[in-house]
Design a protein around this ligand. Sequence first.
Ligand SMILES: *[C@@H]1O[C@H](CO)[C@@H](O)[C@H](O)[C@H]1NC(C)=O
Ligand SMILES: *[C@@H]1O[C@H](CO)[C@@H](O)[C@H](O)[C@H]1NC(C)=O
Ligand SMILES: *[C@@H]1O[C@H](CO)[C@@H](O)[C@H](O)[C@H]1NC(C)=O
Ligand SMILES: *[C@@H]1O[C@H](CO)[C@@H](O)[C@H](O)[C@H]1NC(C)=O
Ligand SMILES: *[C@@H]1O[C@H](CO)[C@@H](O)[C@H](O)[C@H]1NC(C)=O
Ligand SMILES: *[C@@H]1O[C@H](CO)[C@@H](O)[C@H](O)[C@H]1NC(C)=O
Ligand SMILES: *[C@@H]1O[C@H](CO)[C@@H](O)[C@H](O)[C@H]1NC(C)=O
Ligand SMILES: *[C@@H]1O[C@H](CO)[C@@H](O)[C@H](O)[C@H]1NC(C)=O
Ligand SMILES: *[C@@H]1O[C@H](CO)[C@@H](O)[C@H](O)[C@H]1NC(C)=O
Ligand SMILES: *[C@@H]1O[C@H](CO)[C@@H](O)[C@H](O)[C@H]1NC(C)=O
Length: 389
Amino acid sequence: MPPPWLRAALFSLPTLAASSSFVATLDPDLTFRLPLGFRQNASASFLATDTSPAYSDQQLANAANATAIAFSQEFADLFPLNASLQLVAEMAQPFAVEIGAWDCRRDQVWLTGPTINGTNYLEVLDLNSSQVYQPNTSLPIPNPNGGFYSNGTVYIASDGDFATPPAIYSVNATSLETTILLDSYFGLRLNGPNDIAVVNKGNNTFLFFTDDPLSALYNAGQAPTLPDAVWRFDFRSQTLLPVIDRADISVPNGIRANREGTKLYLTSTPDPLTYGANGTASSAIYVFDLDADARPTNKQLFGFAERGISDGLHVDDAGRVWTGEADGIFVRNEQGIILGLVNAAAVLSEQEMEQGYMLENFALAGHKLVIFAVERVYVVELAGRVVAC
Ligand SMILES: *[C@@H]1O[C@H](CO)[C@@H](O)[C@H](O)[C@H]1NC(C)=O
Ligand SMILES: *[C@@H]1O[C@H](CO)[C@@H](O)[C@H](O)[C@H]1NC(C)=O
Ligand SMILES: *[C@@H]1O[C@H](CO)[C@@H](O)[C@H](O)[C@H]1NC(C)=O
Ligand SMILES: *[C@@H]1O[C@H](CO)[C@@H](O)[C@H](O)[C@H]1NC(C)=O
Ligand SMILES: *[C@@H]1O[C@H](CO)[C@@H](O)[C@H](O)[C@H]1NC(C)=O
Ligand SMILES: *[C@@H]1O[C@H](CO)[C@@H](O)[C@H](O)[C@H]1NC(C)=O
Ligand SMILES: *[C@@H]1O[C@H](CO)[C@@H](O)[C@H](O)[C@H]1NC(C)=O
Ligand SMILES: *[C@@H]1O[C@H](CO)[C@@H](O)[C@H](O)[C@H]1NC(C)=O
Ligand SMILES: *[C@@H]1O[C@H](CO)[C@@H](O)[C@H](O)[C@H]1NC(C)=O
Ligand SMILES: *[C@@H]1O[C@H](CO)[C@@H](O)[C@H](O)[C@H]1NC(C)=O
């Protein structure tokens, strides 16, 4: 038994008021202080932490089945009393894994399946009708992986295939007219653009994208020729520059800016062999300031993926940072404090998780959270709008 003072600190009734039974509240102390004798390892959800026989705790067990787990009132308040997981689309094959770009004018979400050699395709989910269809883009976009909607245009990061170099495509969301915005740096191919953030700054617009080797096998069999990097395309001067080196972020993956365009957030996804306790890299989230010229400066560590990797990243209008991680969709405030999470175990089957699937990406769509659960898409209606058009 832990001493009584520790027990009181650990398992005092949470002061958080659960806003609905959909949300389980957990004492935030549980994230950093557990009774003597607890056992946990990096291949299981933290909810499976074994606190017996030192102490028999029901909090973690009760939370294991909750859809949302709050460590803060701010997170609990995101969900209305009647919150529920609404299944809006389902297919007998993996189709809902990546992109998560919300076209606010049409209330549609662009998505794609897992990157499977040459067979991945673009899809659009219409949130009003719950229909999923393949957009007839005027150019085929092989192996799409990330994307961003801005002012009538959907930008897509494509890994390319054996015939087509990796590229950033620009798709008119109305006409589906498609052009290649960029595909090279002085004749050298990109390695595999992963995700995109378009940032309006002053009277200019910048497109940031991450380029990494995660899908390099599609790159016409060519070894990467450029260092992995974060790149910035300047629409006004029509120039492409590397702005973050791999020495600063080893494998840049998800990328988004805050609404004000003053902060740039990135996830890094090093090879599983190089992260973990004895590794040299970290599966981490970083934040940079964006200076007046939209240059990332002042790199700061923002968080570690609680388990596994962090992948898709979105920032809501309140500055909260939402990331897809092994145990679910984590929500951090601007200071990096974890406010709560949407529990992967409530959304994915055990079999899907054993196959290595996680909630890689998702979309914030007005007052809706759109969750990509591999063969299903769920919508959670939030208590209010988290992103505006
Ligand atoms: C870690 O957790 C997993 C999943 O619960 C379990 O299968 C495995 O045996 C554990 N490994 C160790 C070393 O405890
Ligand atoms: C969680 O769900 C599982 C499977 O439905 C069930 O066996 C278990 O009793 C539930 N746990 C709690 C604490 O409700
Ligand atoms: C919850 O209640 C509100 C207000 O009555 C309603 O508009 C909304 O559709 C409900 N949501 C769900 C998921 O039932
Ligand atoms: C991917 O597809 C290409 C073309 O069909 C094939 O040559 C290559 O071997 C495949 N690579 C893998 C890793 O399956
Ligand atoms: C939404 O869907 C309903 C029925 O599915 C349809 O009648 C309505 O016109 C749609 N609204 C929009 C804005 O597309
Ligand atoms: C895309 O084009 C195909 C072939 O022309 C057509 O069958 C399909 O209906 C079109 N899809 C949409 C969403 O317009
Ligand atoms: C949005 O696009 C329209 C053209 O479709 C253009 O006139 C306008 O300047 C754009 N706005 C911004 C903020 O880029
Ligand atoms: C998209 O195409 C439509 C129809 O051709 C055009 O009116 C609109 O200006 C285009 N939008 C942008 C952002 O280029
Ligand atoms: C906006 O652009 C115009 C001309 O392109 C320039 O004169 C002006 O200084 C710019 N304003 C800002 C805030 O950058
Ligand atoms: C890290 O340690 C584990 C366990 O000792 C070992 O299996 C693994 O190979 C090590 N990884 C690296 C990159 O050294």
